[in-house]
Design a protein around this ligand. Structure first.
Ligand SMILES: *[C@@H]1O[C@H](CO)[C@@H](O)[C@H](O)[C@H]1NC(C)=O
Ligand SMILES: *[C@@H]1O[C@H](CO)[C@@H](O)[C@H](O)[C@H]1NC(C)=O
Ligand SMILES: *[C@@H]1O[C@H](CO)[C@@H](O)[C@H](O)[C@H]1NC(C)=O
Ligand SMILES: *[C@@H]1O[C@H](CO)[C@@H](O)[C@H](O)[C@H]1NC(C)=O
Ligand SMILES: *[C@@H]1O[C@H](CO)[C@@H](O)[C@H](O)[C@H]1NC(C)=O
Length: 369
C-alpha cells in the first residue's frame, strides 16, 4: 500500500518535471519563432524559385491585424499561411500540384497570372486584355489576404452554404454556425433565416448584380469575394469605391449602386479558380457554338472550388435541388420555383449535379442536406 503510494508520488513528481520541460520548450519556441517573424526580410520559395520578399507586419499570423504601410500586399507573401496544416485533405488530388492563392493582389497579379496561364484567357476566366481594369480595381483595395482571424486557424473546417430551398425548416442554423469558416453566396440572406441557415458569414461570393446593397445586411465580420465576369465589373468596383456615379450600362441586371461594405472587406477572386471549376471539373468546352449561350459555373460551384483552396475539410448544405417538382421552392428565401432554375441558360445544372454527386460519393465533401 505504502509502496504503491510512494510509486504514485514519484510518478507525480516526474510528470511535473516533464511539464516544466515542455513549458520551457514552448517558451523557447515562442521566442525564437517571434524573432524570426520580426525580421524584415525572409526567404520563401515561390513556385520553385527562391526569392527575397519583404515581410510586412500585416501578414504575421499573430491574430492581430496591423495595417501595412510599407508595401501593398502580394499573393507571394500570403501563400505560406495556407500550408500550416500538415494533414492533407482528402480532396487534394483534385487540386493538382499548383496551389493557387485565391485572391488577387495589386502587386503581383500580373506575375501570378503569367505563371498560371491566366494571361492567355480573357474574362471571365483570365485577365487578358483587362489588365488595366484589374489594376484600377485592385488599387482601391487595401488587403488581399484571408482575414487575420481565419489565418490563425491551422486546420480549417469549412461549410459552403448554398441557397437551395432544401434548407427550409431544417433548423441547421446552429450546426452551420459551428464551423470555422462559413461561405455563403450572392444575396442569400441571414437576417430572418437564422434558425435554418445560421448567423455567421466568413466569406460571401458576389458579383455586382448580386451583392447586397441594403445596409440591413451589413456584417462587419464578412469578407466579400468578388467574382469578375466582365471588365465592366472591375470598373464598377473602382467607381463605387471611389464614390463616383455608376452607369448601369453593360450589366445583366441592375447592379448595386451603393457599397455597404468597407473596401478592406473586399477581395477579388483569382479567375483561375473559376477556370478550374469550368474546364477541369465540369469539362465545359472552351468554345460554345454561336447560337448557344456560353455556360459558366454557378456561384455555388465556384464557392466549393474556393473552399477546396482554403480549407482542410469541406462540408455542404443547401446544394440539393428537387427536379421532380417544378413548383418546389428554388431558394430558402423568396418565392422563385424550380421551374425558373430549369430554364437557366447560363449554367449547366446537370453537369454540376453530376460533379457534386462524385464529390460526395468519394467523401471529398460531407453533405448536410
Ligand atoms: C416551414 O414551417 C412553417 C411553419 O412551421 C410552415 O408554415 C411552412 O409551410 C414550412 N415550409 C416548408 C417548405 O415545409
Ligand atoms: C463579429 O465578430 C465578433 C468577434 O467574434 C463578435 O463579437 C460579433 O458579435 C460579430 N458581429 C456580428 C455582427 O456578427
Ligand atoms: C404547380 O403550380 C401550378 C399553379 O400554381 C399548378 O397549376 C400545378 O398543378 C402545380 N404542379 C404541381 C406538380 O404541383
Ligand atoms: C412572391 O410572389 C408574390 C406574387 O407572385 C409577390 O407579390 C411577392 O413580392 C413575392 N415575394 C418575394 C419575397 O419575392
Ligand atoms: C451539360 O453537361 C453534360 C455533361 O455533364 C452534357 O452532356 C450536356 O450536353 C451539357 N448541356 C449543355 C446544354 O451544355
Amino acid at each position: 500500500m505504502l509502496l504503491c503510494r510512494e510509486h504514485t508520488y514519484g510518478l507525480l513528481v516526474m510528470k511535473r518535471i516533464l511539464l516544466v520541460f515542455i513549458l520551457a520548450a514552448a517558451v523557447m519556441y515562442g521566442i525564437l519563432h517571434g524573432n524570426l517573424w520580426r525580421n524584415n526580410f525572409y526567404w520563401i520559395s515561390f513556385y520553385g524559385q527562391t526569392s527575397s520578399v519583404r515581410a510586412s507586419p500585416s501578414y504575421v499570423t499573430s491574430g492581430v491585424t496591423i495595417s501595412y504601410n510599407q508595401l501593398p500586399p502580394t499573393a507571394v507573401e500570403r501563400r505560406n499561411a495556407l500550408d500550416t496544416c500538415l494533414l492533407k485533405p482528402a480532396f487534394e488530388s483534385l487540386l493538382g500540384v499548383d496551389k493557387i492563392y485565391p485572391f488577387l493582389c495589386a502587386n503581383d497579379f500580373i506575375r501570378v497570372a503569367e505563371f498560371q496561364g491566366s494571361n492567355k484567357f480573357e474574362l471571365p476566366y483570365g485577365i487578358k486584355r483587362a489588365e488595366q481594369f484589374f489594376r484600377l480595381a485592385l488599387s482601391r483595395l487595401q488587403n488581399c489576404g484571408l482575414s487575420s482571424e481565419e489565418d490563425s486557424i491551422p486546420c480549417r473546417r469549412c461549410i459552403v452554404v448554398g441557397n437551395g430551398g432544401v434548407l427550409r425548416n431544417k433548423t441547421l442554423g446552429e450546426k452551420i454556425d459551428s464551423y470555422d469558416i462559413i461561405i455563403r453566396m450572392n444575396n442569400g440572406p441571414v437576417i430572418g433565416y437564422e434558425e435554418d441557415v445560421g448567423r455567421r458569414t466568413t466569406f460571401r461570393l458576389s458579383y455586382p448584380e448580386s451583392i447586397f446593397s441594403d445596409p440591413i445586411h451589413y456584417d462587419p465580420n464578412t469578407t466579400i469575394v468578388l467574382i469578375v465576369f466582365k471588365p465592366r465589373d472591375l470598373k464598377w468596383l473602382w467607381e463605387i469605391l471611389g464614390g463616383q456615379k455608376i452607369s448601369v450600362k453593360g450589366f445583366w441586371k441592375k447592379p448595386a449602386l451603393n457599397m455597404i461594405y468597407k473596401s478592406s472587406q473586399i477581395r477579388i477572386l483569382d479567375p483561375s479558380i473559376t477556370r478550374k471549376a469550368a474546364y477541369e471539373w465540369l469539362h465545359f468546352p472552351t468554345r460554345f457554338p454561336k447560337k448557344e449561350k456560353p455556360k459558366h459555373p454557378t456561384t455555388g460551384l465556384i464557392a466549393i472550388t474556393l473552399a477546396f483552396h482554403i480549407c482542410h475539410e469541406v462540408h455542404l448544405a443547401g446544394f440539393k435541388y428537387d427536379f421532380t417538382d417544378r413548383n418546389s421552392s428554388l431558394h430558402y428565401y423568396g418565392n422563385e420555383t424550380m421551374s425558373q432554375m430549369m430554364q437557366n441558360e447560363y449554367h449547366n445544372i446537370t453537369a454540376e449535379q453530376k460533379f457534386l454527386k462524385k464529390l460526395i460519393d468519394k467523401n471529398f465533401v460531407i453533405n448536410l442536406t
